[in-house]
Design a protein around this ligand. Structure first.
Ligand code: MG
Length: 246
């Protein structure tokens, strides 16, 4: 009787061990599909990877135009493009939805003006959501209007500004909104911004257009251009590329 109990006991233990072993099979949690596409990265993280759309590499501004369709009148020299006061904003000919964007910008070494008047430009996502470009190095202004702010909506988490005359970078992850039929957001736009490699906007919900006066406005839109602002200051740009996320 004792022996039979022992055999039954051992058998039960073996079955239990088998079940446990089966449950712990590492293959059960392996997922093989889809296999991520091979992308050749740039030599440095600021260089465009192989699947990027290069919007400006220093040679020409063929992918840009003024808002009224004129060819770009900003100054292109030595591989950089500089805002030419009074000529107006420029925008990509191509329209984009959700993107990863890299852009480098430089405010004038010679300091002129103060607050919003010093090295002001702007990067507009989908023509309407401004990530502020400004000389915010020892240049106090309202916090939701300094460099890296989502203009008048979101204060940056830090101020990693380099001095004027030095190149700055933004790396941006932007998720385009979707809309209800009546034109309100079904899903708000969201944005993450790294300024010189430092996280300054962490998956921030955009509330609507970034207005100079008054609250954000919401109106239905589809894919739209990336726009750079002529705010009257000679801000320079180089190395602009984008990866489409939708
Ligand atoms: Mg601006």
């Amino acid at each position: 009787m004792k022996r039979r109990t022992l055999i039954v006991g051992i058998s039960l233990l073996l079955v239990a061990t088998l079940i446990i072993c089966q449950n712990l099979n590492p293959k059960d949690t392996e997922i093989w599909e889809p296999e991520p596409e091979v992308v050749v990265p740039g030599v440095s993280s600021s260089d465009p990877p192989s699947d990027a759309i290069v919007l400006f590499s220093g040679d020409d501004l063929d992918q840009w135009q003024h808002n009224d369709g004129r060819p770009v009148e900003w100054d292109l020299e030595n591989g950089i493009v500089v805002v030419k006061k009074g000529t107006g904003d420029i925008r990509t000919k191509e329209a984009f939805g959700s993107i990863q964007l890299h852009i480098e910008w430089r405010t004038p070494q010679e300091i002129e003006g103060e607050g919003q008047g010093r090295g002001n430009s702007g990067l507009f996502l989908q023509e309407r959501y401004e990530v502020q470009i400004l000389d915010s190095y020892n240049n106090r202004t309202y916090s939701n209007g300094q460099a890296g702010s989502i203009y008048k909506q979101s204060i940056p988490l830090a101020n990693p500004m380099r001095p004027p005359g030095e190149w700055q970078s933004y790396d941006i992850i932007y998720h385009a909104p979707s809309f209800e039929d009546e034109g309100t957001y079904a899903q708000h736009p969201y944005v993450t911004v790294l300024h010189n490699g430092v996280l300054i906007q962490d998956h921030v919900k955009i509330l609507g257009t970034t207005e100079f006066i008054g609250p954000p406005k919401v109106a239905k839109h589809g894919k739209s251009s990336i726009m750079l602002q002529d705010h009257g200051n000679p801000v320079a740009f180089r190395n602009i590329w984008v990866r489409e996320l939708d």
